[in-house]
Design a protein around this ligand. Structure first.
Ligand code: SAH
Ligand code: ZN
Ligand code: ZN
Ligand code: ZN
Ligand code: ZN
Length: 491
């Protein structure tokens, strides 16, 4: 999952919420035909700063994948003209940032590696690299793992350390429970091919077959993490940027993905994606629509199929529901709570820890998706879907309304169900935390006042402007006051 796991505060809003540089949104190019300049991560995206409620006139290009300037510092104004010299320098820089080994070299090394006897199969933990005998000397002083077994090679996500850098990779690996559930689910639903986009651990789970079992499930991993290219052949891994649909190894890699999606006229394939949610929903939606289109090209032309969509599981926090459904109206959110290994806060609810806010969004009819009863999920015949143990059907809303897994209660003034800890505030004219300050949102989202996300992740961002303006004005007043005071002190 997604980047700032800690910008996901608990459902009640306690905990530290990470504040990101807010006020930057994806923009449309003034000239739709103008190609975006390239950074080492492929075509950049056009952004616009929103300040004081208004979009600034001058848009700029920045890296699609790295939300931290430290990881990729590409910056160019939309209307900026670069000299030939600077363009050439940029080209060299982009080249220099590419991984040291080509895809073909990685594959060659992998094939040599698996030929080695067990005692010679070493992995350098310092460099996160499989070593061939010729490399040993160079890594002499490094932390090495020896006797790398076939099983270990099949589970690179356990060999590699997760890149937790929130603003770029945000590698949060599925807990075993969730990983097995997902792999089992796609098999039960009858899929034979899984396109794993940013889901390396699910990819390996699908490829693993229990001893003695024969599986005809195949998986293709698309991920930006170069380290995975050491472990897979061409047809099971492509280095890919999901924020701009960029294949780092060019057309050949795109063809691999295309063939995978279009096989059997597109039947039997599902896409499962678990993107960093520190990124923006919009570019992800654009990318997924492109992948859907690639799949669609392979469809047989009979009218019968023309309305069909590529089946998708998009794994994301529940408070993005309205945002995701805005781009994919056919999607619905399942109650299943997805757990992660390397995030202490979001393990399964029953362990007494906080419940995971991460859910599955899908265009598969939810009544087909059986959630595990041993974890308390049950079928609601009225909603025609599986819901979590405490999610109760509200007769007024005519639906099982809980989003966070706890029992919600209906407020007749708000005409909807709300979190159990909320009460209706007559001043604010809505339900909110009992100890809120009526003057407006403080710690939560500036846009909608909800405490479980920040403005930068707000699903209602479109309506953000006014609230934002107020906050900025306040800050500005403060700043000018400080400035005035500082001036007063001057002789
Ligand atoms: N829960 C998943 C991992 C999700 S973490 C699992 O266990 O399989 C997010 C994944 O997306 C990481 O593997 C990360 O390398 C990848 N990723 C991050 N930014 C990306 C980008 N711009 N394009 C493609 N993959 C990206
Ligand atoms: Zn970049
Ligand atoms: Zn090393
Ligand atoms: Zn209700
Ligand atoms: Zn209310």
């Amino acid at each position: 999952m997604a980047a700032p796991m800690d910008c996901l505060v608990s459902p009640e809003g306690e905990g530290s919420a990470e504040s990101r540089t807010s006020g930057v949104e994806v923009a449309l190019p003034s000239d739709p035909a103008a190609p975006a300049p390239l950074c080492p991560h492929g075509p950049t995206l056009l952004f616009v700063k929103v300040s004081q409620g208004k979009e600034e006139a001058r848009k700029f290009y920045a890296c699609s994948a790295c939300r931290d300037r430290k990881d990729c510092n590409f910056f160019q104004w939309e209307d900026e003209k670069l000299s030939e010299a600077r363009l050439a320098a940029r080209e060299i820089h982009n080249q220099r940032c590419q991984p040291p080994l080509s895809r073909a070299q990685c594959i060659e090394r992998y094939l040599s590696f698996i030929q080695l006897p067990l005692t010679q199969r070493k992995f350098c933990q310092s460099c996160q690299q499989l070593l061939l005998p010729a490399d040993w000397r160079e890594h002499g002083e490094h932390q090495l793992l020896a006797d790398i077994s076939v099983t270990q090679l099949g589970r690179p996500s356990q060999l590699l350390y997760p890149l937790e850098n929130k603003k770029t990779h945000a590698q949060y690996l599925f807990a075993d429970r969730s990983c097995r559930f997902l792999a089992g689910l796609v098999a039960t639903l009858g899929f034979r091919r899984v396109l794993c986009v940013g889901a390396p651990r699910l990819h390996e789970q699908i490829r693993l077959t229990a001893p003695g079992e024969k599986s005809d499930m195949r998986s293709l991993l698309l991920d930006i993490d170069f380290r995975y290219s050491q472990f897979y052949l061409e047809e099971s891994f492509c280095r890919y940027n999901m924020f701009n649909h960029h294949f780092f190894d060019g057309k050949a890699a795109l063809e691999v993905c295309k063939a995978f999606l279009q096989e059997e006229e597109g039947k039997g394939v599902i896409m499962v994606t678990d993107p960093p949610f520190g990124g923006l929903v919009e570019p992800l939606a654009v990318t997924f629509k492109k992948l859907i289109a690639v799949w669609g090209e392979g469809q047989s032309q009979s009218q019968d199929d023309s309305h069909k969509e590529l089946p998708i599981f998009w794994i994301f926090p529940y408070f993005f529901e309205s945002r995701i459904c805005q781009y994919f109206p056919s999607f619905c959110m399942l109650d299943y709570q997805v757990d992660y290994d390397n995030h202490a806060l979001y393990k399964h609810g029953k362990t007494g820890r906080k419940q995971s806010p991460v859910r599955i969004f899908t265009n598969i009819p939810p009544n087909k998706i059986i959630l595990p009863s041993e974890e308390g999920y049950r079928f609601c015949p009225l909603c025609q879907r599986y819901v979590s143990r405490e999610n109760q059907h509200c007769v007024h809303c005519n639906s099982c309304t809980s989003k966070d897994g706890r029992k919600w209660s209906h407020c007749f003034l708000c005409k909807k169900c709300v979190k159990p800890s909320w009460i209706h505030c007559d001043t604010c004219n809505r339900c909110t935390l009992p100890d809120h300050s009526c003057s407006g949102p403080k710690d939560g989202c500036f846009v909608c006042g909800v405490l479980d996300h920040k403005r930068s992740n707000c699903p209602n961002i479109g309506t953000s402007r006014r609230a934002n303006k107020a906050v900025r004005k306040q800050k500005q007043r403060k700043r000018s006051k400080i400035r005035r005071e500082a001036l007063k002190d001057k002789p």
